[in-house]
Design a protein around this ligand. Structure first.
Ligand code: F6R
Length: 272
């Protein structure tokens, strides 16, 4: 695992978008695993800018989102399909037929989850999976005690998640759907590369547990420690609880692989 600390949330999002853009340029038919949430909004805004400004081409990309609420139709502003259309799909040249989210409206949820896994396999597996982290340590909607080998399935959401996601439901946690379909921890670990992004004070405690704490099903995100190619990109505030942050900074400053990115990051000027 590599932990990259950036000064602020926008720079963390920009670096993440640069890494994704390079993967797409190297493999135009990339199978990209996507996440929703506030952290990703800035990442998608940068990707949309790369498309508009530099012609970053999504036309052959296939995408699989981590999760979707059960019982929220795709046209509802609270659905993750709606979020993805709004923040990314409508802003780049992706073919909508190549975009996939678990079907939370299916009458047979179990069969829908199995089909989702089959579709991922039929595409040759996920090349790069983007992850956020919940305050209780979830990746996707893998709430505490999710099995490390779990596959796409439906999960009941914890109180912490209902509270975290309440802003999309008028601020009322009781209006957040109680269940969601999510890729499993096992599904996520099969992706060839992982990038987990976390920003803000709210994430500092859980990021320290996930990255430096024991691997435990109580913190699903700690499963990333098993993965052979995982980057964790955080801002200074989210990095505050990391014991090894000076070492992580040193690696970023000195590893030749990061040279091109350091150059791009120094030239970066945030738009208004
Ligand atoms: C959503 C997802 C979740 C979020 C996490 C962080 O698709 O996968 O794991 O990434 O809850 O959400 P934000 O970014 O809103 O703090």
């Amino acid at each position: 695992m590599e932990v990259i600390v950036q000064t602020d949330a926008d720079r963390a999002a920009y670096l993440t978008a640069l890494l994704i853009a390079d993967k797409i340029r190297n493999k135009p038919d990339l199978v990209l695993g996507l996440a929703t949430g506030r952290t990703m909004e800035q990442v998608y805004a940068h990707l949309a800018r790369f498309h508009k400004r530099d012609g970053l081409d999504f036309s052959l990309c296939r995408t699989f989102n981590l999760d979707e609420y059960v019982g929220v139709p795709p046209e509802s502003a609270a659905s993750y399909r709606y979020y993805m259309n709004q923040h990314l799909f409508s802003r780049v040249n992706i073919d909508p037929r190549n975009t996939n989210l678990p079907d939370g409206m299916a009458t047979n949820l179990k069969a829908a989850c199995q089909q989702y896994e089959s579709r991922i396999r039929a595409c040759g597996g996920i090349d790069l999976q983007l992850l956020g982290i919940g305050t209780a340590g979830h990746i996707g909607f893998n709430e505490p005690l999710s099995a490390m080998q779990s596959r796409t399935r439906d999960k009941s959401l914890t109180r912490a998640t209902l509270e975290q996601n309440a802003p999309m439901f008028g601020g009322n946690p009781d209006l957040v759907p109680r269940r969601a379909l999510t890729m499993g921890v096992g599904t996520i670990l099969e992706a060839r590369h992982l990038i987990l992004v976390a920003t803000g004070a709210q994430k500092s405690e859980i990021i320290a547990k996930a990255v430096e704490g024991p691997i435990t099903a109580m913190v699903s995100a700690s499963a990333i420690q098993f993965h052979a190619d995982c980057k964790v990109i955080v801002d200074e505030i989210a990095a505050a609880g990391l014991q090894g942050r000076d070492y992580y900074r040193w690696i970023y400053e000195n590893e030749p692989d990061w040279d091109p990115y350091r150059a791009l990051m120094s030239a970066y000027k945030p738009t208004a």
